[in-house]
Design a protein around this ligand. Structure first.
Ligand code: ADP
Ligand code: UDP
Length: 235
């Protein structure tokens, strides 16, 4: 697979074209941002760890029937994926209260939610990724009814699979964000699934193994990602 021109550089990743029109390379950087990029920094080797963790998770989800963009891991920082047209909606599931649910709604951090909260946000930094409902998505022409239905079904499926996956590693999945894209007329899971996009707490101790260490200056940021990579790859 030949790597070609840079297509896009985002906050955490770079996308490169390949010699195959349907495939792109995701390159994982060490840059970290939080609170809509108001906080910026780098975490040494984060890109390597997130690439490794994402690859394992996509493999697992794919093996369990979830359609994903993942093709294969190419190198320590590179992953080959299907090129999709991203639906500009960030889909979030919360199993316990944390982050913006606490900041914006006063929920107590760690409260076990009586059922998962399914949340949609407009993926648009200029507008601060505002919370939106399905009517916004449809009427702003971000996705169709059928696409939204697929996204919701897949998201709940991902929640069940990931809860199980992490629990086996003694980690509780508190919440996560995923993105979807259109590929040959179908909705598939895209982007990454990593400690940048999930909240992961160690069972029993409540130790944070995710980007909250960066967001909230908890220290030992790299160690959190490393611990997740270690458990995910059973090394
Ligand atoms: P951001 O754009 O939020 O700064 P990243 O730095 O993670 O985010 O950049 C990766 C970009 O690539 C994101 O905008 C994401 O939606 C997009 N993307 C993820 N997977 C694919 C894919 N398979 N095909 C095309 N674009 C993708
Ligand atoms: N999240 C993400 N990208 C975003 C916003 C949220 O990956 O742009 C993830 C975040 O890591 C967490 C979940 O979505 O796992 C819920 O995030 P929350 O709304 O609490 O965001 P916060 O503002 O606290 O980052």
């Amino acid at each position: 697979m030949e790597k070609r021109e840079k297509l896009y550089e985002g906050k955490a990743k770079i996308l490169y074209a390949t010699d195959h029109p349907d495939l792109v390379i995701q390159y994982f950087k060490d840059d970290a941002t939080a609170f809509n990029a108001k906080k910026k920094g780098t975490v040494d080797e984060k890109g390597i760890m997130n690439n490794g963790i994402s690859a394992k998770i996509f493999e697992y989800l794919g093996a369990n029937g979830v359609p994903t963009h993942f093709e294969k891991q190419l190198s320590d920082r590179e992953m080959l994926v299907k090129k999709v047209q991203i639906v500009p909606v960030e889909v979030i599931i919360r199993n316990r209260a944390a982050g913006s649910l606490c900041r914006n709604y006063g929920a107590v951090e760690g409260k076990v939610l009586s059922r998962p909260i399914y949340e949609l946000c407009y993926k648009n930094d200029a507008y601060n990724d505002p919370l939106m409902n399905e009517d916004h998505v449809i009427t702003l022409d971000l996705a169709t009814d059928a696409e939204l239905a697929d996204m919701k079904k897949i998201t709940f499926q991902v929640n069940e699979l990931l809860k199980k996956f992490f629990l086996a590693l003694n980690i509780e999945l508190i919440d996560f964000k995923i993105e979807f894209g259109r590929y040959k007329g179908k909705i598939i899971l895209a982007d990454e699934i990593s400690p940048d996009t999930c909240r992961l707490w160690e069972v029993g101790t409540g130790v944070r193994l995710d980007k909250d260490r960066f967001r909230n200056d908890l220290g030992n940021i790299k160690e959190g990602y490393q611990e997740v990579l270690k458990r995910v790859t059973h090394k």
